[in-house]
Design a protein around this ligand. Structure first.
Ligand SMILES: [Zn+2]
Length: 322
């Protein structure tokens, strides 16, 4: 059982002042305050830098959409729905591309098809939305079909140019990409956005924990990303007991605070400082046992991500050693 909360970090909030013409609903059937998260916003920096609509770095250079992410690649199997953000008519669909992690080696295979399996919807009056990286074989609409806001278009996947499971949403008006969090483009770093296309704007999470878990060894990053790192059974004979935390939007100076408390008190606790920003990263701490087995019972893992001494995100997990 995992509890996760975004705490203590107060940020300017874009109120739901509707821009003219279109109102958007969430394109993903997943809670963006806990389970799922926005990994990357539209890049608002006109030239070589990176800047999201909160003047932070949750984007990459030239990114013209918003990425709504699942916690692990294993979650693709849960068939999380991608939903139409508004009423409209489907004007393009692609399916058939495999869900594999994008790397420089796979670039040639997805060239000119970076969106992967996707859907484009025309909402009239020049408004178009596009949904990318859907799961192979999941596309549920066809070209020419009328859809309503909230209709299932397919499932979240990792096809095309995607290094993690997510749906990329592009919003365009008269062919020009707009940031749905600041459609007027009036945002400056001194003032938060005063307009939005969202009927109910997803909260801005300035980084946080994606997942935490116990293991009997220090996992590698591939296992953390896939979801395989998290063990649900660990023996009292295990040589090592490990807790890890997987985070996004890491900034230089952020601290990951990890601890394990067992039936006889604290097993280990440690703060780890990140010395450079990372889009996604994990840290783990562990303890080798002595010649005795671990005491039987419940072990609680606690992980926090701290920024300027304030908790950005906190998560707990529990395992019973037998
Ligand atoms: Zn994207």
């Amino acid at each position: 059982m995992i509890k996760r909360a975004v705490l203590a970090l107060t940020l300017p909030f874009a109120g739901p002042t509707l821009a003219e013409g279109i109102s958007l609903q969430s394109p993903i059937d997943c809670d963006l305050t806990s389970t799922c998260y926005i990994q990357q916003y539209m890049d608002r920096h006109p030239t070589a830098g990176v800047r999201d609509y909160h003047c932070a770095g949750l984007s990459y250079d030239g990114h013209l959409g918003t990425d709504f992410a699942l916690p692990s690649t294993a979650d693709i199997q849960k068939d999380i729905a991608v939903r139409a953000a508004a009423d409209g008519v489907v004007e393009g669909v692609r399916d058939g591309m495999t869900d594999i992690e994008y790397t420089p080696q796979t670039a040639a295979a997805v060239e000119n098809r970076e969106c992967g399996n996707g859907v484009q919807i025309n909402h009239g009056q020049g408004w178009v939305t596009q949904y990318c990286h859907l799961k192979q074989g999941s596309l549920a609409v066809r070209t020419g079909q009328k859809v309503s806001a909230g209709d299932t278009l397919g499932h979240v996947g990792m096809s095309g140019r995607a290094a993690f499971p997510h749906v990329h949403l592009s919003v365009r008006k008269d062919g020009k990409a707009l940031d749905p969090f600041d459609p007027d483009g009036t945002l400056t770093c001194a003032s938060p956005a005063d307009s939005t296309l969202w009927a109910d704007p997803p909260p801005y999470r300035p980084g946080g924990l994606i997942s935490v878990g116990f293991s009997d060894h220090v996992p590698d990053f591939a296992q953390v990303k896939s979801g395989d790192a998290k063990k649900t059974r660990i023996s009292t004979q295990a040589r090592t007991l490990v807790i890890y935390g997987f985070g996004f939007g890491i900034r230089a100076g952020d601290v990951m605070r990890l601890s394990i408390t067992g039936p006889k008190g604290q097993v280990i606790a440690k703060d780890i400082v990140f010395d450079h920003p990372q889009a996604r990263s994990f840290r783990a701490i562990g303890k080798k046992r002595t010649w005795h087995p671990w005491p039987q019972g419940d072990y609680h893992g606690n992980v926090s991500l701290l920024r300027n001494n304030a908790v950005v995100s906190q998560s707990e997990t529990k395992i019973t050693l037998r």
